[in-house]
Design a protein around this ligand. Structure first.
Ligand SMILES: Cc1ncc(COP(=O)(O)O)c(C=O)c1O
Length: 387
């Protein structure tokens, strides 16, 4: 491998949430952090160099989206995900969670119904609730080591919903939805007059052997009834730079969203977002493929370790991303006791599964976007705690 993902980079003391936020969140500082969804790997050198080069100019003024930002997105999503997009269909958004909040405010009114599929990335429902929308929870089923959509349930729950927020690929389940599932979602949502927001921040983290289907590509119905949010931030480990963007193919939806964004001057990006995104997408294929193969190695390592040393814990094997939903239900503990086991006995900081909805009871989310030695240490601590 050209890049060294075994290297340990000290992050503590950089005000990073993952390490420096442990004390505030758990009230103690002796936990190995395996929680927040960023990675311990260095942001790739071609991104750091692009930022360094720009700093050399020494005037950090207001910045337009550069042509290479548009071109690199068009090329990247075209090659990697088969999305044919024109420049005018791309828009800057200052983070996907914020963009979801903007879309909720733009396309729904207070009291309108917004559907989500728990266990799911919690800001989907938090943002909707805090903006006084009625959240409709349409739970996924967890069986055979994966999350699944029960379409009978989906069909019932979607009735009357203005918006459906899809996690594609899914966090924390790690599922890469297949073509048929996405086409079915598109048809049902269209029949019910429900617009779809497809959050595809994990798309570039699709693991070897799987293929991400961008929602907009699965049918004309899907393309015309959706907004897609993407970002290079997760895959290239730079979420500290808000560098996300929207793809909107339906002109009416696009104009409405753009008007909303422009009314509050929300669509103005910053120079680092534009140039870091362009650097990532123009130079990133080799780094990304190597990183994904390393992460796959971490996932396989975790699976083997659990089978051999902690058989009471299994996992939903991710098809995308470096987040593993650990199924701890066989331990037979209450959620409080489970969390205490991880914190007090194993000295680990993981995300409590119920943070993603009550369906996450009995689960903990483990982040394996780290050098294998750190992962090994975490799993050893867990094995010792369980005894
Ligand atoms: C599904 C999903 N969407 C969005 C985000 C965060 O996106 P942003 O930092 O662009 O708001 C995350 C981060 O974990 C995520 O998992």
């Amino acid at each position: 491998m050209k890049y060294n993902f075994d290297e340990i980079t000290v992050r503590k003391g950089t005000d990073c949430v993952k390490y420096d936020g442990v004390l505030e969140t758990w009230g103690r500082d002796d936990l190995l952090p395996m929680w927040v969804a960023d990675m311990d790997f260095r942001t790739p050198p071609f991104i750091i160099n692009a930022i360094r080069q720009r700093l050399d100019h020494e005037v950090l003024g207001y910045t337009l989206p550069c042509q290479s930002w548009y071109d690199s997105i068009i090329n990247w999503v075209g090659k990697r995900h088969g999305i044919q997009v024109k420049q005018e269909e791309i828009g800057f958004v200052p983070g996907i969670v914020r963009a979801i909040a903007f879309a909720v405010n733009c396309f729904t009114e207070v009291g309108d119904k917004v559907m989500v599929q728990p266990p799911v990335y919690h800001p989907f429902f938090l943002v909707s609730e805090r903006n006084k929308r009625e959240v409709v929870y349409s739970p996924l089923e967890i069986r055979d080591g994966q999350v699944h959509i029960n379409f009978d349930r989906f069909r019932q729950d979607i009735k009357g919903c203005k918006l459906f927020i899809l996690c594609n690929p899914h966090n924390p389940g790690g599922r890469v939805w297949n073509l048929e599932e996405l086409q079915t979602i598109a048809d049902i949502c269209h029949e019910n007059g429900t617009m779809v927001i497809s959050d595809e921040i994990h798309a570039d983290l699709t693991l070897p052997g799987y293929r991400h289907h961008s929602f907009s590509t699965v049918s004309e119905t899907a393309r015309m009834n959706s907004i897609t949010f993407m970002a290079p931030s997760k895959a290239f480990n730079m979420p500290g730079i808000s560098s996300s963007y929207s793809l909107i193919f339906n002109e009416v939806i696009r104009e409405k969203f753009n008007e909303f964004m422009e009314a509050s001057e929300l669509a103005m990006g910053n120079m680092f977002a534009y140039l870091a995104c362009a650097a990532a997408y123009s130079n990133g294929t080799e780094w990304l493929d190597q990183m994904l193969s390393y992460v796959q190695g971490n996932i396989d390592f975790t699976e083997r370790f659990l089978q051999e040393r902690i058989p009471a814990i299994s996992m939903l094997k991710p098809q995308a991303s470096y987040l593993i939903f650990l199924d701890c239900r066989k331990l037979g503990l209450s959620q409080e006791a489970l969390v205490n086991l991880f914190v007090d006995k194993a000295h680990l900081a993981l995300n409590d599964g119920t943070m993603f909805g009550p369906e996450g009871k009995g689960f903990m989310r483990l982040n394996v976007g780290c050098p294998r030695s750190i992962l090994k240490q975490a799993l050893e601590q867990l094995a010792r705690a369980i005894g």
